[in-house]
Write a protein that binds this ligand. Structure first.
Ligand SMILES: *[C@@H]1O[C@H](CO)[C@@H](O)[C@H](O)[C@H]1NC(C)=O
Ligand SMILES: *[C@@H]1O[C@H](CO)[C@@H](O)[C@H](O)[C@H]1NC(C)=O
Ligand SMILES: *[C@@H]1O[C@H](CO)[C@@H](O)[C@H](O)[C@H]1NC(C)=O
Ligand SMILES: CC(=O)N[C@H]1CO[C@H](CO)[C@@H](O)[C@@H]1O
Ligand SMILES: CC(=O)N[C@H]1CO[C@H](CO)[C@@H](O)[C@@H]1O
Length: 463
């Protein structure tokens, strides 16, 4: 046993499909233990209203199991807890009775609703356009907390009458751990609900009131980095009285985990793709929503903002291409597995230089431009090999991101390094080559964007 006992920060991310928990050693700022468990709790929509809900009890159960897998000896030396999670979603509960503590974990009582997630589709575009214009630079979409509550106020007011508090799932966990009567929400999560002014850090109270929003359900606003409270009980060995940070957004924490300097941009390509950098400290967002803009500004820390270009088309484009080829081959009577074909395609493309073939692979459209689908151009007899096409696809994914966030914008903002992250970048060497050709800045890899790690580092930096 060592003479000086290490201390740890517990970082938790309550994601859409899984819960992740990590222990960060404060001295070295390194992760010493980590577990991820799937929540597998999507409910089937039987109501015909495009609802997308998850069972809160299953998520909390998964969270407790996940923490229980971490080494207890280290949990006893946790000095603070950081929470991040899926943004936009909302659940409701009754103060104080929303949770019940058993010996060393809490579970959800009957006084808690399901989590209505960011993927919920019950707010139609007609409904959304019937809402007043928010006093915010961010527009409101279906699945956003305030829109979801307004929908219930109009269509199912009796549902809201059962509850006194509302928050995101990560806010709920903070309230339960600390035994709070209400919900303390940071601008990172509040902005994701809509109808929140990030300049004044306040809800659009008058606008919401006019629209029939039950104002007592609005969470209390705190700053990103503030504490929500202290744990009210021993939790898997973590002592009672341990500080708990007010929950943060998964996007911001994910960026925090891999942006080591303010002059870094994070290029994250997994299923979809994002390019993000921190705006200068004095930047202020526009006065009203800009639905046609390909760049969004997310509140970060200390009144600063992240500029984010988020493309729906990333690694899924390559996966679709592979799937298309295997099904063509099947039709032609030849069989090959997706993974074998993938390896061969990468091999072909690595042996093939850049050509004039252009692919705009936006097969899913983009949020700001849903009808702009995929195209191939400059097709010539000399550039039709699988290698040419594979390289052009990879290049196209990046061209689209840079058409949303031009490289000059990065330069103007002082970005001098690109941090590459995400499964598609890790797996695909052709994509990495194209990344290095696309950006004049230095490109580094290896620091994977991870919200659970990020929220732990946030708290470590605040010590
Ligand atoms: C938000 O509040 C600030 C300060 O009260 C105000 O100047 C601004 O116009 C408001 N609206 C937006 C979208 O920032
Ligand atoms: C990276 O992608 C993952 C998976 O889509 C996402 O959860 C995370 O928020 C992204 N991080 C950044 C920094 O864009
Ligand atoms: C198409 O190819 C020609 C040369 O073959 C090239 O000059 C031109 O720039 C290409 N167009 C695009 C859109 O890439
Ligand atoms: C028309 C065209 O793009 N031709 C190019 C095809 O790719 C080779 C390199 O693989 C180039 O040399 C050709 O110019
Ligand atoms: C949907 C979308 O933004 N598509 C863009 C992809 O990138 C090309 C240029 O590289 C644009 O022309 C498309 O509009």
């Amino acid at each position: 046993s060592s003479a000086t006992m290490s201390s740890y920060i517990l970082g938790v991310d309550v994601g859409t499909t899984s819960v992740k928990a990590v222990l960060l050693e404060t001295g070295s700022r390194s992760v010493t233990a980590s577990h991820t468990l799937p929540t597998s709790c999507d409910l089937i929509d039987l109501s015909g209203i495009k609802a997308k809900e998850q069972e809160t009890g299953r998520i909390i159960d998964t969270l407790n199991r996940c923490i229980g897998l971490l080494p207890r000896r280290k949990l006893q030396h946790v000095i603070s807890i950081g929470l991040s999670g899926q943004m936009h979603g909302v659940l409701l509960w009754k103060a104080r009775s929303g949770c019940v503590w058993s010996k060393r974990d809490f579970f959800t009582s009957g006084d808690t609703s399901q989590l209505i997630t960011w993927q919920d589709g019950r707010c139609s575009s007609d409904f959304l356009s019937s809402l007043p214009k928010p006093d915010s630079h961010l527009s409101v979409a279906t699945g956003f907390g305030c829109a979801t509550i307004l929908w219930h106020a109009k269509h199912r007011p009796e549902f809201l009458e059962d509850f006194t508090v509302a928050g995101t799932i990560q806010d709920y966990v903070a309230s339960m751990l600390c035994g709070l009567d209400g919900c303390a929400m940071t601008p990172q999560n509040a902005a994701s609900w809509g109808f929140f002014n990030t300049s004044s850090n306040q809800w659009n109270v008058d606008i919401l009131k006019g629209a029939g929003f039950p104002l007592h359900l609005l969470p209390q606003c705190v700053r990103s980095g503030d504490l929500a409270g202290q744990t009210c009980c021993d939790w898997h060995g973590i002592p009672a009285g341990t500080p708990v940070g007010a929950a943060l957004g998964d996007m911001q924490c994910s960026v925090y985990s891999c942006m080591s300097a303010r002059t870094d941009a994070v290029l994250n390509i997994s299923t979809s793709a994002q390019l993000t950098f921190a705006m200068p400290a004095d930047f202020r967002p526009p006065d009203s929503p800009q639905p046609a803009s390909s760049i969004s500004y997310f509140p970060y820390f200390e009144d600063s903002y992240l500029a984010v270009a988020a493309s729906l088309n990333g690694g899924n484009v390559m996966a679709t291409f592979v799937g298309m080829l295997t099904s063509w081959m099947k039709e032609l009577g030849a069989e090959m597995s997706d993974s074998c074909l993938y390896e061969k395609l990468i091999h072909c493309a690595l042996n093939q230089g850049t050509s004039d073939l252009r692919v705009s692979p936006t097969i899913l459209g983009e949020r700001h431009n849903p009808l702009c689908l995929g195209q191939a151009a400059n097709i010539s007899t000399s550039n039709l090999s699988l290698g040419h096409l594979t390289r052009a696809l990879c290049r196209g994914v990046l061209d689209n991101l840079t058409s949303m966030m031009p490289a000059e914008r990065l330069e103007q903002a002082g970005v001098n390094r690109i941090v590459g992250s995400g499964s598609a970048i890790t797996r695909n060497e052709v994509l990495r080559q194209e990344v290095e050709k696309t950006f004049p800045q230095q490109v580094v890899y290896g620091q994977n964007a991870d919200s659970a790690v990020g929220v732990a580092i946030v708290l470590c930096d605040l010590l």
